[in-house]
Design a protein around this ligand. Structure first.
Ligand code: ATP
Ligand code: MG
Length: 277
């Protein structure tokens, strides 16, 4: 269950590209063990925010504390230690095309752990097994489907057993069953490993199914942050325009999906999962 100590705190984030103020004094706090889902129109700055939260893109102003460490002012060693506790699955997968899936997943292991190759191979097998890709270990990213690449990116993000996982667009472009399977996997990570998750998505079905809290980005800030039920009740016209793409009966929350994990444990058994985009 979520605890009160924030794992991530962003304060007054500002990021400008040319004339465009993409982040405009944005504040954010993510609690341990919670899943925060960030929604927003294309180009609203979701990936930019995520990059700032993981220390990849320095904001023009503001600060980001991860587990209490200011990632833009800490020393290299503590940033490296912190990065070991953070997993990131980028929007496009960002797998290395000339490396097999196993080699891709091995990268963070060989960079950060100092474990022997034989041990790393076993860990790689486990991580690929977690996302159902144990038989694809020795294939190249170009030899697998888009959905498989997303799952491989997730396996790589999980390589070091992260405490915090950032996931940009896990289910965009996937068929409904594969997308639901990824949602289930995310819920299982949360339940079994108590991972803190920040997920960016366009997919409302997915957002409502995995979120403890939803946050809608608009004009460089969050227009609303709240539980799925609270967000669903909002009368703000911009929130409504965003949400009303999805019929109310499709807005199942994580409790609904959790029952399927407990009872069936199988994405195929979820009824009425729709892939809205
Ligand atoms: N490196 C960059 N240089 C210039 N402009 C950028 C850069 N990165 C992002 N932008 C601009 O910032 C805005 C926000 O981009 P961002 O990728 O964060 O949006 P997004 O909400 O993730 O969109 P999508 O839902 O399509 O992934 C866009 O207008 C984009 O063109
Ligand atoms: Mg994006």
């Amino acid at each position: 269950m979520a605890e009160s100590r924030p794992q991530i705190e962003a304060r007054g984030l500002v990021k400008t590209y040319g004339e465009h103020r993409i982040l405009d004094g944005l504040n954010l706090s993510v609690n341990r063990g919670e899943t925060l889902v960030i929604l927003g129109a294309s180009g609203s700055g979701k990936s930019t925010l995520l990059r700032s939260l993981i220390g990849l893109g320095r904001p023009d102003d503001g600060s980001v504390l991860v587990q209490g460490i200011d990632i833009f002012s800490t020393d290299r060693l503590s940033l490296k230690a912190l990065r070991c506790r953070m997993g990131v699955a980028f929007q496009g997968g960002a797998l290395f095309g000339s490396m097999t899936l196993a080699e891709n997943i091995d990268l963070p292991l060989s960079e950060f752990t100092g474990l022997p190759a034989s041990t790393r191979r076993i860990i790689t097998q486990i991580k690929l097994g977690m996302v159902g890709l144990e038989d694809a270990m020795d294939l190249l990213p170009s030899q697998i489907s888009g959905g498989m690449r997303k799952r491989a990116a997730l396996a790589r993000a999980l390589a070091l057993d992260p405490e915090i996982l950032f996931f940009d667009e896990p289910s965009a472009g996937l068929d409904p069953v594969t997308a639901a399977g990824l949602d289930l996997l995310i819920l299982q990570l949360k339940k079994v490993f108590h991972v803190t998750l920040v997920v960016v998505t366009h997919e409302l079905t997915s957002a409502f199914s995995i979120a403890d809290r939803l946050a809608l980005m608009h004009e460089g800030r969050f227009l609303i942050i709240g539980s799925p039920a609270d967000v669903q009740k909002s009368k703000d016209p911009i929130v409504r325009r965003f949400l009303d793409r999805l019929p109310e009966d499709k807005r199942k929350t994580s409790d609904f999906y959790q029952r399927f994990i407990e009872e069936e444990g199988d994405a195929q058994s979820i009824p009425e999962v729709d892939n809205e985009s």
